[in-house]
Design a protein around this ligand. Sequence first.
Ligand code: ZN
Length: 736
Amino acid sequence: MSLPQRLRGVKVLKAISSPIRLQVLNLLFDKGGLSYTELMNSLKMNPTRDAGRFGYHLKFLLKVALVEADVETKKYILTDLGKTVIDVADRVEKKALKPRGMLVRTSHSTLEEFEASKIANSLIKEAKIPVEIAQKTAKDAEKLLLKSKIKYLTAPLVREVVNAILIERGLEDYRHKLTRLGMPVHEVAALVEAKTEVQGSAPILAKAGKHVLSEYTLLNVFPRDISDAHVSGAIHVNDLGTWLLKPDEVIHDVRFFLQKGLQSTSPYQHTTRAPQDLGSALSVAFSALLHSSSEVNRMQTIPYFNIFLAPFAKGLEAQKLKDHLRLFISSVNQHVEATFGLSLTAPKFVADKQAIGPEGRATGTYGDFEGESRLIAQLTLDVVSEETLSKPMLNPRLIVEIDFEALGDETAKEALLKAHMIAEAGEPIYFHNATQKSKRFALFSGIGCRYQNELTGDWETDVLRTGCIGTVNINLPRVSHESERDKAKFMEILKERYELAARALEMKQRALRQHGRNSLCFLSQSANGDTYFRSENCLSVVNFVGLKESVEAFSQTSLQSTESLQLIDEITQAISSLRGKTGRKLGKRLFTAILPNHKASERLAQLDIEEYGLAKVKFSGTRERPFYSTAVRPQVEGSTPLRVAPELLEVHRKIKNFGTGGNLAIFELQGPKYKPEDLMTLTNQFIEKENIEFLTYDRRISYCSNCQKSYPGVLHKCPSCGTISSLILFDRFGYT
Ligand SMILES: [Zn+2]
């Protein structure tokens, strides 16, 4: 280095040796640029008395080119050299202040020396904060931390300090990107110390994980209006914690696995070959359900269960077949929520399909195995009815498909009678009315979502290997409240909520399309380029909660009144026109539904009571446990023949138009035993006269674990042993 260069360096050092000059440089670094007067004011100098002294120092700084005057703004600013000098001075100060270095425990459990530049870099990288703001924030955070003399400095603590500074400066949006997501310590402690209702390590882990992902979705994925609507209870996003990861339900095509066996989902796993007999076929089906269960939120349905398994039952004696089915059903009961569709007679479009038999080989058509298929249906019903004798069984659910052929067929009728025996006991058995030939193909899932072939016309493509991507519930009573009995306003708010819900669903669809290969390892397996789960064909469902309470609050009369029915009609029309107008834009398979949803029913009612007060909210249930009902649930009157009040059927008929994406007629059984024959006659009447598409009978059952016996209704004491604590209530639709 030449002598003149060195001399210049000395001059620079001399320039910063004066506290006033260093203060000027610091001020210009922090504020960006200041005028002559602003500088003097900031230094608390008197404009007349100190003018000479200040002028001297400023000139010094200008001469050594640490400061320059900006002609445009008429302000003094730092030169690049000036910035470098501040940086050096800073580092020197830091070294002096912390002789041994401040150590930070990082999130990857290592110790690192504290460096402000690391903070600045992560601010820029994580939150895309402009460089200048990032550097200033980092510097401020450092000063604060040094001053506070913290003993145990962790990365989260540094982050907290940085976030506090960002909030203080009104940089809230950056803070959202930088914040940590998680649970307060006392909530985690409650989980770990078994002070909550969550039991078992997997559910505890799930609860903690979902908490983080829910916060993430609300803070960083949804736009503000959707998040606010969910948090305030205008809508309820189903399973927010897994919104970006899992579909709500899946409709399986079990033939895929029967033909190809099971692919491994990890390189260290074995693949399972195509099954050779009924035992291995059921084992493959169970494995497929088990694998999928971690990738699905709510329900898995296997339609045509008895038909697709029939080729494997060829030549098997009934008792053997029944033993296999019993083992299968009890495994499912313990491990996976699932629904099996049973067809008492094979519909022609299924019967004509090429059958997949042992070792994945084609073996005639499914029509060739009608006997086996009926036997499997019959024996499945037998097993379920025998198992429920000892204890009610809420899982698996069965859907019995009834078409005209079944109604006229003696063996089918026998199976149907058995199904009604199970239904009478309050078990989860559903009846699907497939008699409406004029209607397009439709199929229901175990939670009542409705799938049809409106996409391409082909039932296999449109329905199987798809599912429901997600559900957003709309709080209808809230709409009533906000509209203040003004119908136009009601419809306007409804439209706004519907669009919010549709946008949230669209975001979910996109997330699964982008990241599904990663989050849905099992479901996205493919064979010969054919991916199993067709997420792009899935339904999205907007579900309406509290129709009854909403309509009654708005019309100030009962649900059956002319005014209420009129309002239901108008809401239905408004929604179907919304669907027509915006439907395609918002998603090709966006449907509406009225289906039970425990979480939404309770949460939305509670939030409304908090918002408007107990006296102003119409709700169902008790004050301690309020909820919004999902639909009308007519009671079966015990007269002969059994009947249901026609005005309630009328309400159901109106509501059905809501449910293009799902509806379920629930009929309550309350009295003592009904004859299965009578119940079957009632079902036939619903099918033939009322055109009800999907129905179930609900009966609440009290089970005494002491006597191992079930009793109809809600009991508070076992009638046989008198114990109170041994009673378990089986209530399928409680609080919905
Ligand atoms: Zn008892």
